[in-house]
Write a protein that binds this ligand. Structure first.
Ligand code: ATP
Length: 660
């Protein structure tokens, strides 16, 4: 059944799942003409979707920002214009149209994923019951054009985690059974234990990835499946197999609606309904056979051996290359649209929608399975999934654990061994090491987040729209997973640097040093994650975090300019930097109780031996730092929960910013 075989003769009539075989589909659905509206004797499919008069318009600026005159003017742009259609369970509808005709926007609109930037009008109803906007996502599943999958998980693991997020209230056995069934339905059983794969290592094929994305949606038993260009990027044969597979899924009592570019002509009769869009309008929607008849009636016959999809899409597209062509093609498109709206096909579809509204024996709305687990359980699933995926990335793990160490090696190589003699850099070298340790640690954290989190963020954007969890939960799961990596990585770094260069040889002080350095490393990663909630481009986030770190070191460390000599405004600002508390702590940890020697030689430098005790350095540069030791620690560590809270707010804001 899933072997990609299909027959040109498979008419839409054969794809229906009506309870009565004698019932006909189509304009056909003259059922509506034969039976009295609202009559309970009238047979109804187990699910029907009606879309009535969907229009979407946005207000946009006329010109770019550098042309102020036009930038200040706004115009309304109609992206969808009065789109109506009706589909029954068992049917697969293909939406065609040239680029920019509004296919994706139509799917976004009916799946409840359209932005707040425009005005959406019209109704969507299922089984004659009008849906509220917030119900769209609970009723329809939506497979996006791009596959957002975790590279290091196997197909079965991917589906199991999705099932655990969606159906946790089911037992493990029930989830396993469900995953096996969905894999069998989508012909994925043979790759169950194969990893998804990524750019740098092989995994399943492109077509299989598409099927995994579809399978993830099927776990929630949706009655209506929407797919945005599921065949894009696939070779022609694989693309055909995907469409045939979707037709099979539709036959199992589902509605499948997909947008598609340039399908092969063999698929013509695989679709139960074909819709053509142009300039935001539905130019035609009907069965394949009706399509040929309709265009023939309009005077456009499909030449023999030509692909009807290509011919009819071209015929209804507007060519904007020159104004004459644009006028001519626009008029032709309008003529076809008017003919369609006057046709029996369109009129009977409207009757069908009306009858569904008026039925007295309406079926309920088939919502997706919604037995999702509680917040903590979802967090646990996300944490397990993130850990399993990222811990299999051998190079990634190696880099994360060794990046601080490599940096520590640079410093150690440069300093070699700390001396106790002031004239041989005893003080300057120690301050230099503290400065470098505090200043550079945030960067390694930042690099980790920029390399690893964007992929997870894209998945969270999609899965939160699918109602599996909220974006901030993915953010929290990621943070929880970085704790062991950060602790180990910083501990390796500090163990090496501290003892190799010969810092204050006391185990407690070493532990304090490690505990302090952990914070800037984690703050760098957290700050990057927080900013990635509201800034889409990771490069911009990179720059932002780097600049904030530079500013923090300047204002907070007291190394470039001592705190006492700073203007008041900078003094106040320094309290907002973690570098202030971290540097104070490291100065105290290293210098407290140290006594230096001072070899003046034959030509002593004036004032070179003024301060020979570590406590003098502390009193002069950081007065009161000894008394503030515990408080500094608390304040330093308070940056972590503060950033976590900020991150939750940031990802809640992201809910409003991102539609996919
Ligand atoms: N929020 C928006 N703001 C501005 N323009 C928009 C918005 N949403 C859609 N559009 C515009 O509406 C038109 C239709 O876009 P849509 O992505 O739906 O087309 P499409 O038929 O799916 O194209 P393609 O096949 O190339 O993906 C495009 O010109 C697009 O730029």
């Amino acid at each position: 059944m899933m072997n990609g075989s299909y027959s040109l003769g498979t008419g839409p009539e054969e794809t229906g799942s009506m309870s009565n075989a004698s019932l006909e589909y189509g304009p056909e659905n003259r059922v509506s003409k034969r039976s009295k509206p609202g009559s309970s004797a009238q047979l109804q499919p187990s699910c029907c979707l009606s879309v009535s008069n969907i229009s979407y318009s946005i207000s946009e600026r006329v010109g770019p920002w550098w042309d102020l005159h036009s930038f200040n003017k706004k115009r309304t742009r109609q992206i969808l214009n009065g789109v109506s259609f009706h589909v029954n369970s068992g049917q697969i509808m293909g939406i065609l149209g040239n680029s920019g005709s509004g296919k994706t926007t139509l799917l976004d609109a009916i799946s409840g994923r359209i932005g707040n930037s425009g005005t959406l009008l019209g109704d969507v109803s299922v089984n004659g019951r009008q849906l509220k906007r917030e119900q769209y996502q609970d009723c329809f599943c939506y497979v996006l054009q791009s596959d957002n999958l975790l590279s290091y998980l196997t197909v079965e693991e991917t589906l199991t985690y999705t099932a655990q997020l969606a159906l946790r209230q089911h037992s493990s056995l029930a989830i396993h059974t469900k995953v096996l069934a969905v894999m069998a339905e989508l012909n994925l059983s043979h790759v169950a234990h194969t990893v998804i794969g990524g750019r740098v290592f092989p995994g399943i094929s492109g077509g299989e990835r598409r099927r995994v994305s579809i399978a993830m949606q099927l776990l929630q038993d949706p009655k209506v499946i929407l797919l945005d260009e599921p065949t894009t990027g696939l070779d022609s044969m694989t693309a055909n197999q995907i469409v045939v597979l979707l037709a099979e899924l539709a036959k199992s009592d589902r509605i499948v609606i997909m947008t598609i570019h340039q399908p092969r002509s063999e698929l013509f009769r695989v679709f139960s309904r074909i819709a053509i869009m142009s300039k935001g309008e539905l130019v035609f929607c009907g069965q394949p056979g009706e399509m040929l008849d309709f265009f023939s009636t309009c005077g456009f016959n499909c030449p023999e051996y030509c692909n009807p999809f290509d011919i009819f899409v071209d015929l209804t597209s507007v060519d904007t290359r020159c104004s004459e062509r644009e006028d001519a093609t626009y008029n032709r498109m309008h003529q076809v649209t008017s003919s369609y709206q006057d046709s029996e096909i369109y009129q009977s579809m409207l009757v069908q929608i009306k009858q569904n509204y008026q039925r007295t024996d309406k079926l309920g709305i088939p919502f997706k399975s919604k037995e999702s687990p509680g917040s903590m359980a979802k967090l646990a699933v996300l944490l397990r999934r993130t850990l399993r995926n990222l811990s299999r990335d051998r190079m990634g793990v190696l880099m994360r654990l060794s990046q601080n160490l490599i940096y520590g090696m640079f410093v150690a190589f440069f300093v070699m061994r700390l001396d106790n003699d002031i004239t041989k850099g005893a003080i300057q070298d120690r301050i230099g090491i503290i400065y470098q340790s505090m200043g550079a640690s945030p960067y390694t954290g930042m690099l980790n987040a920029v390399a690893l989190f964007p992929a997870l963020r894209a998945i969270a954007d999609q899965e939160s729209k699918d109602g599996l969890y909220q974006k901030w939960q993915m953010f929290l799961a990621y943070i929880l997973h970085i704790i062991p990596f950060s602790v180990v990585s910083v501990f390796i770094f500090s163990s090496f640097l501290y003892w190799v260069v010969g810092m204050n040889s006391d185990v407690w002080r070493f532990l304090c040093f490690s505990a302090v350095i952990l914070v800037p490393h984690m703050v760098g990663e957290l700050l990057t994650l927080v900013l990635m909630g509201v800034v889409q481009d990771p490069n911009m986030v990179n720059t932002g975090v780097a600049l904030l770190n530079v500013a923090g070191v300047l204002v907070g460390s007291g190394f470039l300019r001592s705190n006492q000599q700073m203007p008041t405004v900078f003094k106040w600002l320094s309290y907002l930097t973690f570098q202030k508390y971290g540097c104070e702590l490291l100065i105290v940890t290293e210098f407290h109780g140290l006594n230096f020697t001072c070899t003046t030689g034959s030509k002593p430098q004036p004032g070179a031996c003024l301060m020979t005790e570590g406590d003098d350095i502390i009193h002069q540069g950081y007065p009161g730092a000894l008394d503030r030791f515990t408080m500094d620690f608390l304040l330093l560590y308070s940056f972590l929960p503060a950033l976590v809270l900020l991150g939750i707010v940031s990802y809640k804001i992201r809910d409003r910013l991102v539609q996919h």
